[in-house]
Design a protein around this ligand. Structure first.
Ligand code: ATP
Length: 265
């Protein structure tokens, strides 16, 4: 059964002088516990699609359902992790992780133990009383991950969450995120430009076309790779085969195509 359903989703951006067709007729079913990556040339609508799934923007056409319910009925169902951590500098790490529930008027006393446990799981128990500026970029992203998981969201939306990190930190975080999501049996959609990251972390990879954004191809990641931690996936012979296939496909699409933009001027 489909956990997340995208049913003929299209999106147009309208501004005073122009109209951009960002997404055209996207249909996709994501199973519970599945990890799906969205990959494609710049401007193909990956972030737009993620914002629609998050309920931040409303699609122009089509429907999006999470467990059969239209998106937007409960914000708490969705966890969002971005390239920037958006931690509040004047709040301690533990208070930052509890901010979402606090805003939603949930009793944070009950969630404190869970926050401590999650901080422990990401190796940050000792810094819970510190402030964000005392932490490295990788540590801050781990706090952002805890903040996302504290609400126990049904689905995690990851918009290039590792792209601002150095390579080694990024690989370590990929392993950590994959491990945590697997142990909590979370469903996730990742937007990335990094083919290796998409293969290392995902069960399926959705390759998108630009101009306008649509689904070009869906790759099933071989089971041998899905059973490994991301770091080890990169060493598997099947990794390189899939990498080359996707690379050739992306090269063929070109990397700088813009979506259809019609100016009214
Ligand atoms: N708020 C907006 N108003 C008008 N057009 C927009 C807006 N946001 C995005 N677009 C356009 O919609 C198209 C898809 O943009 P989007 O950011 O979703 O693509 P993307 O695949 O995430 O790009 P990138 O990989 O470069 O981050 C682009 O042509 C972009 O210019």
């Amino acid at each position: 059964m489909s956990f997340l359903t995208l049913d003929h989703v299209s999106h147009h951006y309208f501004s005073k002088n122009s109209f951009t067709k960002a997404l055209n007729n996207i249909s996709l079913n994501v199973k519970e516990g599945e990890f799906v990556a969205l990959l494609g040339p710049s401007g193909c609508g990956k972030s737009t699609l993620l914002s629609i799934i998050a309920g931040i923007i409303r699609q122009t056409e089509g429907n999006v359902f999470l467990q059969g319910k239209a998106i937007g009925e409960s914000e708490m169902d969705i966890g969002y992790m971005l390239q920037q951590d958006y931690l509040f500098p004047w709040k301690t790490i533990i208070d930052n992780t509890l901010l979402g529930p606090k805003i939603n008027k949930i009793n944070t006393m009950e969630l404190k133990d869970k926050a401590v446990q999650l901080l422990d799981e990401v190796g940050l128990r000792d810094v819970s009383k510190k402030y964000p500026n005392e932490l490295s970029g990788g540590m801050r992203q781990r706090v952002a991950l805890v903040r996302t998981l504290i609400n126990d969201p049904k689905i995690l939306l990851l918009d290039e969450p590792f792209s601002a990190l150095d390579y080694q930190t990024k690989l370590n975080l990929e392993d950590l995120v994959a491990d945590l999501l697997k142990s909590y049996h979370k469903t996730a959609v990742l937007v990335t430009h990094d083919i290796g990251e998409a293969i290392a972390m995902s069960d399926r990879i959705v390759m998108m076309n630009a101009n306008p954004g649509s689904i070009a191809k869906v790759y099933d990641v071989p089971i041998e790779l899905r059973n490994e931690v991301p770091f080890m996936v990169r060493r598997h012979p099947k990794f390189q085969i899939l990498f080359d296939k996707i690379w050739d496909e992306l090269e063929a699409k070109g990397s700088d195509k813009k979506a259809v933009e019609i100016s009214y001027e």
